[in-house]
Design a protein around this ligand. Structure first.
Ligand SMILES: Cc1ncc(COP(=O)(O)O)c(C=O)c1O
Length: 399
């Protein structure tokens, strides 16, 4: 048979999914394992949102919609962006698709020609690097250390830009680090993007999960010139505990929005009608239940960070948003545990799962080989038990 597509063959499986499937297998075997790999809220979708979906089905709202989404949903998105982010779009500038992930893909598709460079700050969400490659782009990884709060500096950004640079992907607040750029930091990056005329795919999917009363700043709100160059990604998955409903969106200047709508019309077609209806309600109704989830995440983060920093051998900085903590395991590299020398986060992750019965995500896939990611999108009970197990494991006791 003939060879498959080289681009498709080069796509690596998601490392976050790999650990998750190992964890699920151990669970299915009846082992008492705890998972901290989840990239989704553990809360159920709020009832009023579920009701809206049920109502849509009963009301026969079950047919195709425009490929870029219903006008009702796109207007609800514009209203929410105006209220929450201080940024104004017409509904024609918004394209809805099946989650934020395909929106990142289609945004890259709209911008990138084969060989174009795409700047990617690291540690990065695993899917970005593969998505860049899937459109024939060349990832240019810019590393940000823990000492830099995992945030790239304007100097590093400027140094990475070449005549081939088409865009940057910025994830704020970040998966996997949970860190968030301040207004000043973001403005400094925006100035460079405008000056060098590069686009920014700004993935702001965690924008409502921000702690310590910190201000979230949406990139396109910083001025017309950066807004023109921004492809804003967001969705309902994380903020409304709606990961399975598969609704995300991209907002951009009219020319880009049209290209994206055309692309979607021939590829995915319209997003799920029922999910669109439920998402309109999620975005338009009172946001109180969303706030309750945010408060719960903040309590869990506080506990996890405090406990982790009391445990000998590991440490973490305090994330400002999302629901992830990056645990620093530098001190464990080169040490022997349970008969194995730990070379990197993969070794640590495998050993911790086998002997500690805890699943975390090795930072190797995020370009952070001395870190592992803990998600606190799980119960406080699990978090306490997980950290107890970490203590035992590091003391050389198997669970
Ligand atoms: C940074 C980031 N962007 C996008 C997504 C995907 O969102 P969705 O489930 O809406 O496709 C995720 C999910 O983990 C994420 O962490």
């Amino acid at each position: 048979m003939k060879e498959l597509s080289q681009i498709a063959l080069a796509v690596e499986p998601s490392t976050t999914m790999a650990i998750d499937s190992m964890f699920k297998q151990m669970k299915a075997e009846g082992l008492n394992v705890i998972g901290f790999g989840a990239g989704e809220p553990d809360f159920p979708t709020p009832d009023y949102i579920k009701e809206a979906g049920i109502h849509a089905i009963k009301n026969n709202e079950t047919k195709y919609t425009p490929a870029a989404g219903t006008i009702e949903l796109r207007k609800a998105i514009c209203q929410r962006l105006k209220e929450d982010c201080g940024v104004e779009y017409e509904h024609t500038q918004v394209a809805v698709s099946n989650g934020a992930k395909p929106c990142v893909y289609v945004a890259l598709r709209a911008l990138v020609n084969p060989g174009d460079e795409v700047i990617l700050p690291a540690p990065y969400w695993v899917s970005y690097i593969e998505l860049i490659r899937m459109v024939g782009g060349v990832p240019v990884v810019v590393n940000a250390s823990e000492a830099e709060q995992f945030k790239i500096t304007p100097e590093k950004l400027a140094a990475a830009i070449t005549p081939k640079t088409k865009c940057m992907i910025l994830n704020n607040p970040s998966n996997p680090t949970g860190m968030m750029y301040s207004r000043e930091e973001l403005q400094a990056l925006a100035n460079i993007c405008v000056e060098k005329d590069i686009y920014v795919i700004s993935d702001e999917i965690y924008y409502r999960l921000v702690y310590d009363n910190k201000e979230f700043v949406s990139l396109p709100s910083l001025g017309e010139e950066i807004k023109e160059r921004t492809l804003l990604i967001n969705g309902v998955s994380k903020s409304y505990a709606m990961t399975g409903w598969r609704i995300g969106y991209v907002a951009a200047n009219p020319k880009i929005a049209k290209v994206i709508a055309n692309f979607l019309s021939h590829s995915t077609g319209s997003p799920c009608t029922i999910s669109q209806k439920a998402s309109s309600v999620a975005l338009s109704a009172s946001q109180d239940s969303i706030e309750a989830m945010r408060v719960a995440f903040e309590e869990r983060r506080n506990y996890m960070v405090e406990r982790m920093n009391q445990i000998e051998g590991v440490s973490c900085i305090k994330p400002e948003g999302a629901f992830y903590v990056m645990m620093n395991i530098e001190k464990l590299i080169g040490k022997e545990m349970f008969g194995t020398v730990i070379r990197d986060a993969d070794d640590f992750g495998n050993l911790f799962l086998k002997y500690g019965k805890v699943a975390v995500v090795p930072g190797t896939g995020f370009a952070a080989p001395n870190f592992v990611r803990w998600s606190y999108a799980t119960s406080m009970e699990n978090i306490k038990e997980g950290l107890d197990r970490l203590e035992k494991f590091l003391a050389g006791q198997a669970v």
